[in-house]
Design a protein around this ligand. Structure first.
Ligand code: TYD
Length: 134
C-alpha cells in the first residue's frame, strides 16, 4: 500500500511548538489545495472513496481520528493523534475516516484542485480498478 507516516520536525522552545510545512520538502509534492474537516458529529464516518490520481497528506492538527485504508488487497487502520505526524496517501486507496474526537481538526494537503471526476465512489468499481492496477 502506498502510504507513509511522516514525522515533522518541531521548532520547540519554552513558548511551545511550531511546525512548518513546505512543498517539495517535508510535503513531498506541489501543494495545490488545503482543506480541513472539523466539528465532525459523533459516530460519523466519512470518505468512502478512492482517488484516480491524487497525492494527499493528512494531518490531525488537533484531536484524533482513524483512517481505514484499503488497496483492494489489504486493509489497514491508522490512527492520527498528533500534529507532529502526517499520513501520506497516493495511488489507488479506498479510505474511510472515523472515530473523530470532538476537538479533531483534520487538515489535508493535496497536489491537485478539487475535481469530482477524480473520485471513485463505488467500492465495486474501486475493486475492479485495483485488480487491473496490480
Ligand atoms: P466530501 O467529499 O463528502 O468529504 P469526505 O470525503 O470527507 O466525506 O466533501 C464534502 C463537500 O465538500 C462536497 O460537497 C464536496 C466539497 N469539497 C470541496 O468543495 N472541495 C474539496 O476540496 C473537498 C475535499 C470537498
Amino acid at each position: 500500500m502506498k502510504k507513509e507516516l511522516i514525522d515533522f520536525r518541531i521548532n520547540g522552545d519554552d513558548r511551545g511548538s511550531l511546525i512548518a510545512l513546505e512543498e517539495n520538502s517535508n510535503v513531498p509534492f506541489d501543494v495545490k489545495r488545503v482543506y480541513y474537516i472539523f466539528n465532525t458529529k459523533d459516530k460519523v464516518r466519512r470518505g468512502f472513496h478512492a482517488h484516480k490520481d491524487l497525492k494527499q497528506l493528512a494531518i490531525c492538527v488537533s484531536g484524533s481520528c482513524k483512517f481505514l485504508l484499503d488497496d483492494g488487497k489489504e486493509k489497514e487502520t491508522v490512527e492520527l493523534n498528533s500534529p507532529e505526524q502526517g499520513l501520506l496517501l497516493e495511488g489507488l486507496i479506498w479510505r474511510e475516516m472515523f472515530d473523530f474526537s470532538k476537538d479533531c481538526v483534520l487538515m489535508v494537503l493535496a497536489d491537485a484542485y478539487y475535481d469530482a471526476n477524480d473520485y471513485i465512489k463505488d467500492y465495486k468499481v474501486f475493486l475492479k480498478m485495483s485488480k487491473n492496477d496490480s
